[in-house]
Design a protein around this ligand. Structure first.
Ligand SMILES: NC(=O)c1ccc[n+]([C@@H]2O[C@H](COP(=O)([O-])OP(=O)(O)OC[C@H]3O[C@@H](n4cnc5c(N)ncnc54)[C@H](O)[C@@H]3O)[C@@H](O)[C@H]2O)c1
Ligand SMILES: [Zn+2]
Length: 663
């Protein structure tokens, strides 16, 4: 390939991966692979300056602003960091630094926490605003979400500056990540891939209450601006700590490159003892005066360098490939490994994704395989050590029948995954579907957990979710670990679930591709299960944002006699299978096209108020922007919101005036 074409191709690839990583929080390649590509591009660009492009991923911060939040222009730009993967790179950088500035140079060594960068603004000691890095020039206003993070101080102490910005990283500790995922698996949802993308994705949620449930943490490392009477980076960390910020204690002052390397070596082995994920060390010139002298490139400060730890890789024996059946019937091949230490944990299993993956890497039982933990929590097999392959071994033959119920598997056109089509007779599907039915975002049945569901199915007490509603206390009391009280709670929980609204019941049914949002849309459009069941593929597809895949899946679901029978029974037990008359009467399009921001304390609950807006066709947004039509203000509305609404001349109305709009 000509260098020009290669440069073009790499730029396009990197743009796409930036988008997947920063905007969608769903990277497709490892950080290491990304950085290798970036390095390759950098080298080509250096050799061929004639193809200079100011928008090249080598010259710009990779992120972007989203459309879901108000955009804020950073008063001080937010930069990225230069990366080095070898001690040599680090040494060369340090040599350059010493040539470029006068006098002695000291360094602060900090850990590089892997999360999402954030910039916080404080005025008169009060938390005012939180903005993501975005493209470095402007970011998303995520103030409401960040306010829910317990380690972000809302009020400062000590001798803080009148007004300042401070930067840091929003991270999700391993433990919180594991809990979050355990709950998701329990609920039959896909687990999140790694803490970094989950932290970043959490920041961009629209519902702050949901953010508050995520155990996020905010670690600070940079007081912005030089006019706060602070002379060094190290001192600024101490000050920030005194003002009440959570500043990692690991930061250390180094007087020489040797001390820097000691720090790097120490943490390369000890990083797994930390509660958070770190992917390297950041070395910063300590004197702010020297920092100023050194300045910035278009993408990064010249006074700082990140040293990235190597993603760890080990090789181990692949004992057996087994196959798991998920709630929707999807088959996942799993590698059962000879236990091996990797990144501070013992690894016994790794996902093999699908048949194509096994074929692509030619993975076989009995192979010696390379396992890597590259930022992701679930380790993956990245290759086979072919030098150790037994010459007699045969290629893996993917199973043709379900390992649980022996039904022949199917694989749909264009899909990577195999499925067991025995929807109503395959045990893991039955159990998984009921577990999904009872989960928090579906029927939210208190007193009933995933393990009990499995027990009930295995004991033959239930065979589908409709059976739950016929359970009697006497039937479950003899079960292991089931006391009088817990049996009662279980029955009450099931009874209470009859109040759950139609959209959530629809989600609970577990129709493939009908997630929460789609369920809400379908409920709103069809208003009852009978209407939905009668709908044709074309009618379904005519609805905004309902595509062929979803429409097909809905039609297929209701084509099954068993499913129709279950729905009929649920109706008979009194579940909400239509939008209640009361709710229907309250739904209008009066607020169609209007965006509201709700602030302060009201007579009705804030949630009721928001629901009223949505039920009448309006939209609720978390922050005021030029797109806001009205601010509904209660008591104690935040002064900054008030000022912002006034500055944009957005009408501010109270609760009474709002209710009048609905009359
Ligand atoms: N896998 C993918 O597809 C993909 C795509 C894009 C980016 N990436 C990864 O992201 C990296 C680029 O991201 P980036 O531009 O955010 O750079 P970076 O993550 O390499 O470094 C810059 C960031 O480090 C963070 N940081 C953490 N601790 C810090 C400390 N103590 N002091 C200063 N900053 C600290 C800050 O948020 C800062 O913005 C790449 O190296 C790559 O590994 C991966
Ligand atoms: Zn099966």
């Amino acid at each position: 390939m000509k260098p020009e074409d290669k440069i073009k191709q790499l730029r396009e690839e990197l743009h796409r991966h930036n988008y997947l990583y920063y905007v969608l929080d769903k990277p497709e390649i490892s950080d290491y692979d990304f950085d290798q590509k970036l390095k390759q591009l950098q080298e080509l660009e250096e050799k061929h300056p004639e193809f200079y492009d100011e928008n090249s991923p080598t010259l710009r911060v990779g992120g972007a602003v989203t459309k879901n939040f108000a955009t804020v222009v950073h008063e001080h730009r937010m930069y990225s960091l230069d990366n080095s993967y070898s001690k040599e790179d680090l040494e060369n950088w340090e040599k350059r630094i010493r040539k470029q500035v006068d006098g002695e140079v000291n360094y602060t060594c900090e850990l590089k926490f892997d999360g999402a960068s954030i910039s916080l603004t404080y005025e008169k000691g009060e938390f005012k605003q939180a903005v993501t890095r975005g493209d470095g020039f402007k970011g998303d206003d995520v103030t409401n979400n960040v306010r829910t993070i317990r380690s972000v101080p809302l009020k400062l102490k000590g001798d803080y500056p009148e007004k300042f910005e401070i930067r840091g990283e929003i991270v999700l500790p391993y433990e919180g990540f594991a809990h979050l995922n355990a709950a998701r698996v329990e609920a039959g949802e896909e687990p999140y891939a790694n803490p970094r993308n989950t932290a970043s994705g959490s920041l961009k949620l629209q519902d702050s209450a949901e953010v508050a449930r995520r155990p996020l943490d905010c670690l600070l490392y940079n007081v912005v601006g030089n006019n706060h009477g602070i002379e060094t980076q190290y001192e600024s960390l101490q000050k920030a700590r005194e003002w009440g910020f959570k500043v990692p204690e690991e930061a250390k002052l180094a007087k020489s490159l040797k001390e820097v390397l000691d720090f790097v070596n120490f943490w390369d082995t000890h990083r797994h003892d930390l509660p958070y994920e770190t992917d390297g060390v950041v070395v910063k010139v300590n004197s702010l005066h020297q920092q100023e002298e050194l300045g910035y490139t278009s993408k990064s400060p010249r006074w700082a360098m990140a040293y990235k730890f190597k993603a760890e890789q080990v090789s181990t024996h692949l004992n057996k490939i087994s196959y798991q059946v998920g709630r929707t019937g999807a088959i996942t091949p799993v590698a059962n490994l000879e236990p091996v230490q990797l990144g501070g944990t013992t690894v016994k299993r790794a996902s093999l994704h699908n048949a194509d993956q096994i074929e692509k890497l030619d993975i076989r039982e009995g192979d010696e395989v390379y396992v890597e933990k590259g930022g992701e929590i679930i380790p993956k097999i990245i290759g086979v050590d072919f030098t150790k392959r037994d010459p007699k071994s045969k290629p893996t033959e993917y199973i043709t029948n379900c390992p649980e119920c022996d039904t022949p598997l199917v694989r749909n056109e264009g899909e990577a995954q195999h499925y067991c089509p025995n929807f109503n007779g395959c045990p893991p599907q039955i159990i998984g579907r009921i577990q999904h039915f009872i989960s928090r975002k579906a029927m939210d049945i208190e007193g009933l957990g995933g393990e009990t569901v499995a027990l009930l199915v295995n004991e033959g007490l239930i065979g589908n979710y409709a059976d739950l509603y016929e359970l009697k206390k006497e039937q479950i009391l003899p079960l292991e670990r089931m006391a009088e009280k817990s049996a009662e709670n279980l029955i009450t929980g099931i009874e209470n679930s009859k109040q759950i609204t139609f959209d959530r019941v629809l989600f609970a049914l577990g129709i493939r591709y009908v997630g929460e949002t789609v369920a809400r849309k379908l409920a709103k459009h069809f208003k009852s299960i009978d209407n939905l069941m009668a709908a044709s593929q074309e009618e379904l597809e005519a609805i905004d944002e309902i595509g062929t895949r979803i429409a097909e899946s809905v039609v297929e679901f209701f084509a099954s006699k068993e499913n129709v029978e279950n729905v009929k029974r649920l109706k008979g037990y009194g579940l909400q299978l239509e939008i209640s008359a009361e709710k229907l009467a309250n739904q209008t399009n009066k607020l169609e096209g209007q965006t509201f921001v709700v602030s302060g304390v009201f007579e009705m609950s804030r949630n009721d108020l928001k629901k009223l807006i949505e039920d009448n066709g309006g939209k609720v947004s978390g922050s005021i922007s030029s797109k806001t039509n009205y601010v509904v203000a209660g008591e104690n509305m935040g002064p900054s919101k008030l000022a912002k609404a006034e500055s944009l001349s957005i009408p501010i109305i109270d609760e009474k005036e709002f209710l009048k709009m609905l009359k």
